[in-house]
Design a protein. Sequence first.
Length: 359
Amino acid sequence: MGHDHALRTIWQIHGSDAHRMTVQLLEACEAHRLVPPNGSVALKPNLVLSSAPEEGAVTHPGVVSGCIEHFRNHGIHDVSVMESSWVGDNTLRALRRSGIEDVCKAYGVPFVDLKRDEAVAVRSSIGQLRVCRRALEADLLVDLPVLKGHCQTRMTCALKNLKGCIPDAEKRRYHSLGLTKPIAALGAVLKPGLVVVDSICGDLCFEEGGTPVRTNTMYACMDAVQADAYGRALMGLAPAEVPYIELAEQYGAGHASWSAEDLVFLNAPSDCADYAAPTGTVERLTRRVRQQNACSACFAALVRALYATGRGKEQDIYIGQGWRGCELDGLGVGACCRGASTNVPGCPPTADAIAKALT
Ligand code: SF4
């Protein structure tokens, strides 16, 4: 694969074993080639608060161990993990609760609490920003966000995850500036060279978790803006609902466009059809959904679309491999339900595509 093509490619994989999926993604995109000789790698997970990964807020420890293993296997040993949790929480407590502390100990990899790091003033499109020195100085910054909802910015993924690389006082200032502009500007300052998105069970609506939706999906690319633009489609959100993505492109952080040609699937969603019965908010959203052996990625896309549009009560919605070859009266989601009177194609379709069919 040519260098320019690799820069636009999004590698996607389905499953629930974060470590194995991460190793496969990094092998596919040859992540080690992004590190200069004797260069350093900084892994930046999302440890926004003290929470278990199953709650939908923080990065699975297997994502971190998978990255470490990949770089080690390719002779790259200067690897560290760095993060600062949100204002009011203790990063080291979040590190322990997430399981990432155990990974660091097992591999002998240092963890840098960026709350204790020196802040450096850097110029950006919106004036001076203060950024943690260790994040700035890494030869390869690897952004490891969770794709999830957010009560203020609607979603959070690669760009907003970088907010963990700034001091707490600066985090408060970002909120006073309305988040959109500083998040976009910070993306252009830090410009991570690799993004590995944990969308195994990101939260439907909140940054702090509590309503996780099992999606069993991960993807990797080399552009944080593209990662967010694709993540926005997976969340079923319209561009105007998450304006910091296009603003980040204007500020030079990357490219907000993606197309089906950019996607490389390393396996099929049906390789991990371990759909579980919905509860709570998800159960309420899916009362008119008739599912038969739906893959997690497909079902999660539908849940996200129902949440984003507030629709779905008006018609029967069919989803899952059990409907293959059936004639269905209603909306059919995915290639398996192409026999429905209205069908959203794709395997899996994005929440964005389903949302358009619902509205
Ligand atoms: S279309 Fe069918 S096989 Fe494809 S993701 Fe959906 S349920 Fe799975």
